[in-house]
Design a protein around this ligand. Structure first.
Ligand SMILES: C[S@@+](CC[C@H](N)C(=O)[O-])C[C@H]1O[C@@H](n2cnc3c(N)ncnc32)[C@H](O)[C@@H]1O
Length: 228
């Protein structure tokens, strides 16, 4: 087991939800999960061994329903994407998308990214995406944010030098604190602002814009690999 911390020591970055899958999605899940998933925990995993022809290897953390993951994989057949979330509904939704579009370049991971990244080989990712992470707006909950001082190194360790960490958020304070934490981490250049043309609007983004919040898209390039 490659997990650095014991389960009890992880500060969870998500709200647990228990919702059952309906009959149709339950069937999709049961039929496809073994074929298209990667286990959250286990031996070291190098995605380049599974996606041998891929030109770009990406990890999307907190993919939610996975609509972006499916549309990106469909439109970029030469890129390989792993999409992780703890919620089974999103996983089932992506499995349905894989089947619908005949995708071979998308794998789902059902679990906690804090655990999964420990499996990934060094330098095995070209991009890490965190789009509309849970905002944890209350000051006492800020230590649950994904992009925070003590987690950035863990989440981006498998990212190669020259690779990109991308964030989209509609919470200005999140963009500010993430920028500060990433600068303090020291392995990334300054953020570049701009929405990638492939980043479709997700349910969460739509909800924010209905409430008058616009998205902020930032990308940081990794400039050095901190030594473990
Ligand atoms: C606000 S939603 C945004 C979902 C999606 N990115 C979008 O734009 O619609 C945040 C998602 O991140 C997931 N999440 C939070 N922490 C996570 C973690 N440590 N590992 C995997 N998923 C996580 C939550 O379960 C939730 O589905």
């Amino acid at each position: 087991m490659l997990r650095g911390d014991s389960e009890n020591q992880l500060v969870r970055t998500f709200r647990p939800r228990r919702r059952r899958l309906g009959a149709e999605m339950g069937d999709v899940y049961e039929r496809l999960i073994d074929q298209w998933s990667i286990d959250e925990d286990g031996d070291r995993f190098d995605p380049r061994d599974s996606f041998v022809d891929a030109t770009t290897t990406i990890l999307e953390i907190g993919c939610g329903r996975g609509d972006l993951a499916v549309s990106y994989a469909r439109d970029h057949p030469n890129d390989a994407l792993m999409a992780i979330d703890v919620h089974t509904r999103g996983i089932a939704n992506m499995l349905a998308g894989i089947e619908r579009h005949g995708l071979t370049n998308l794998r789902v991971v059902e679990g906690d990214a804090q655990v999964f990244v420990n499996r990934l080989a060094d330098d095995s990712l070209d991009e890490v995406w965190v789009f509309f992470p849970d905002p944890w707006p209350k000051a006492r909950h800020r230590n649950r944010r994904l992009l925070r001082d003590d987690l950035i190194g863990t989440l981006t360790r498998p990212l190669r030098v020259g690779g990109a960490l991308r964030l989209a958020t509609d919470i200005e304070d999140y963009a500010v604190t993430a920028t500060r934490s990433i600068a303090a981490h020291g392995a990334f250049g300054p953020p570049v602002e701009g929405r990638p043309d492939w980043r479709i609007e997700t349910v969460f983004e739509r909800r924010g814009s209905r409430d008058g919040r616009g998205a902020i898209d930032l990308a940081w390039t990794k400039t050095s690999q901190p030594q473990a």
